[in-house]
Design a protein around this ligand. Structure first.
Ligand SMILES: NC(=O)c1ccc[n+]([C@@H]2O[C@H](COP(=O)([O-])OP(=O)(O)OC[C@H]3O[C@@H](n4cnc5c(N)ncnc54)[C@H](O)[C@@H]3O)[C@@H](O)[C@H]2O)c1
Length: 252
């Protein structure tokens, strides 16, 4: 795949047991990157770190709450202390909730935006100074197909709105930092074969699959390989873009 030798990569939300973040972290580590496993979930962090080390990769874990400015700054300080630089940030931490707009409370929408958009902002802001100093950086954020066509079985309008906000934020930032050697891009997955997919009953799953031309959900590896590409120096002239990975369920 792509050469990431000695690049230092932070992946937020990479402590999820069967989530996309763990596969992203394992994939980047396989390409030679040194990984920072950042999550709220301490047990999950440890498992991801061990999985990377078991394959001969390099990683350490940091407990991170992306919604806390202090937590993000502390993480960045620790990474600089440990590895001396930050080349790649993958903003993967995210939450969802299935609720209609009529039933949604202000607390619901605030909670979702706090993690998916404001947390992403805080974490991104925290790494920018170091990336600018280096004159090099790759920021890749997880949006969603539901940002573009509305949510499906899993998310509400607050989730779709937060993931649409990630796209606009990233395009604006891409312009701000392009001259500093920093690229900013998004990935917009469709349904991915994670725990949330496995929780569906067969009838609902069949209904969802009927709307995916490829007839199946995506695999976490199929998301991670695109992120490995955008994280690499080979993707040097791509910025402000998003890659849709959805088996053809949405094309634009
Ligand atoms: N699974 C899908 O089908 C799908 C589709 C489109 C987009 N996405 C997006 O991809 C990303 C990963 O999805 P997933 O299904 O692997 O999710 P997941 O729930 O399996 O993992 C999310 C991780 O984020 C962590 N997290 C939550 N709040 C946090 C916080 N405040 N600070 C730090 N970490 C926090 C959780 O502990 C968890 O480990 C999310 O941004 C999601 O919105 C997922």
């Amino acid at each position: 795949m792509f050469e990431l030798d000695n690049r230092v990569a932070i992946v937020t939300g990479s402590g999820s047991k069967r989530g996309i973040g763990r596969t992203i972290a394992l994939t980047l580590a396989k390409q030679g990157a040194k990984l920072v496993i950042a999550d709220l979930n301490q047990e999950g962090i440890q498992e991801t770190v061990e999985a990377i080390r078991a394959e001969g990769g390099e990683a350490f874990g940091i407990e991170l709450n992306v919604t806390s400015e202090e937590s993000n700054r502390t993480m960045v300080d620790q990474v600089i202390q440990q590895y001396g630089r930050i080349d790649i940030l993958v903003n993967n931490a995210g939450i969802s909730q299935k609720v209609t707009v009529e039933e949604m409370s202000l607390e619901d929408i605030t909670r979702v935006f706090n993690v998916n958009m404001f947390g992403l902002f805080l974490c991104t802001q925290a790494v920018l100074g170091q990336m600018k100093k280096q004159g090099y950086g790759r920021i890749i954020s997880l949006s969603s197909v539901s940002a573009k066509r509305g949510g499906g079985v899993f998310g509400g309008a607050h989730y779709s709105a937060s993931k649409a906000a990630v796209l606009g934020f990233s395009k604006n930032l891409a312009r701000e930092v392009a001259a500093n050697g920093i690229t900013v891009n998004c990935i917009a997955p469709g349904l991915v074969n994670t725990d949330i997919w496995k929780s569906l009953d067969q009838d609902t799953a069949n209904g969802v699959i009927a709307n995916i031309p490829m007839g199946r959900p995506g695999e976490t590896e199929e998301i991670a390989s695109a992120i490995a590409f955008l994280s690499s120096s080979e993707a040097s002239y791509i910025t402000g873009e998003e890659i849709d990975i959805n088996g053809g369920s949405h094309m634009d």
